[in-house]
Design a binder for this molecule. Structure first.
Ligand code: ADP
Ligand code: MG
Length: 240
């Protein structure tokens, strides 16, 4: 097992009836990097992330997280998953929500972990606030804190900044960056190209396949375009 590898996916296939969601997806995420999974709606991003989170079993291929099968990695507490539609209890306080999730996940020393998670998303001063009174950006930060409670080494973020305004989006990326600096590996999906340049490495995915992989700069250079959006289009048009 390569200790530098956080996620290793090889030839992963998943169908839903007649729909092929993942069509032989192969990619590797190194430890401590921010890997951006970039692709249009319906390209298989959520399906892949749910596979990594141990919630979907692929029809073919294999997936390892820190050398273990997804379910083993998840039950050992190595994985944090922030879903697209984060489920918080609006009538409860930030603190109560996090204590509830900590209990669900069997986190020990709840008080200290809740405090640490809130500090990481810069929400310690709002811990007594009722969630329904928070801005949507703050609510997303609470969801992020909820995924940090058991101190995962791999964070799966599925389009975390959808519906978030540009200033808050920048703030989120600062949080992601500081998490990565503390050694957390992050796999983040997006269909927004302007976020892509903030990732260490990108995988362009379309129709459940990896089209190209590299830094934003490398992808633009390879496609011979002026920006990532055009690079994505050019690389999509090229024969596989
Ligand atoms: N549970 C499901 N049942 C049927 N089809 C699904 C299901 N989940 C995803 N799909 C289909 O698989 C394809 C990939 O979806 P998804 O992984 O959600 O893409 P993305 O997250 O990139 O938008 C889409 O065509 C979607 O409609
Ligand atoms: Mg999705």
């Amino acid at each position: 097992m390569d200790v530098q590898v956080a996620v290793e996916a090889r030839d992963v296939r998943k169908r839903f009836g007649s729909v092929t969601a993942l069509d032989g997806l192969t990619l590797t995420v190194s430890r401590g990097e921010i890997y951006g999974l970039l692709g249009p709606n319906g390209s298989g991003k959520t399906t892949f992330i749910r596979t990594l989170a141990g919630l979907l079993r692929p029809d073919g291929g294999d997936v390892h997280i820190f050398g273990a099968l997804p379910r083993a990695a998840v039950s050992s507490g190595a994985v944090g998953y922030m879903t697209q539609a984060a489920a918080l209890y609006g009538e409860l306080s930030v603190d109560e929500n996090l204590r509830f999730f900590a209990a669900l996940e069997g986190v020990t020393d709840v008080g200290a972990h809740v405090e640490d998670a809130l500090r990481r998303v810069d929400l310690l001063d709002r811990r007594r606030s009722t969630v329904s009174t928070l801005s949507s950006g703050m609510r997303t930060r609470v969801s992020l804190a909820a995924t940090l409670l058991h101190q995962p080494r791999l964070l799966l973020l599925d389009e975390p900044t959808v519906g978030v305004d540009p200033a808050l989006r920048r703030e989120f990326w600062e949080h992601f960056r500081s998490l990565a600096a503390s050694g957390v590996t992050i796999l983040v999906s997006s269909h927004v190209m302007d976020e892509a340049s903030r990732c260490d490495r990108l995988g362009l995915i379309r129709a459940g396949r990896l089209l190209a992989e590299g830094t934003a700069r490398e992808l633009v250079a390879r496609a011979g375009t002026s920006d990532l959006e055009s690079a994505f289009l050019a690389l999509s048009a090229a024969p596989a």
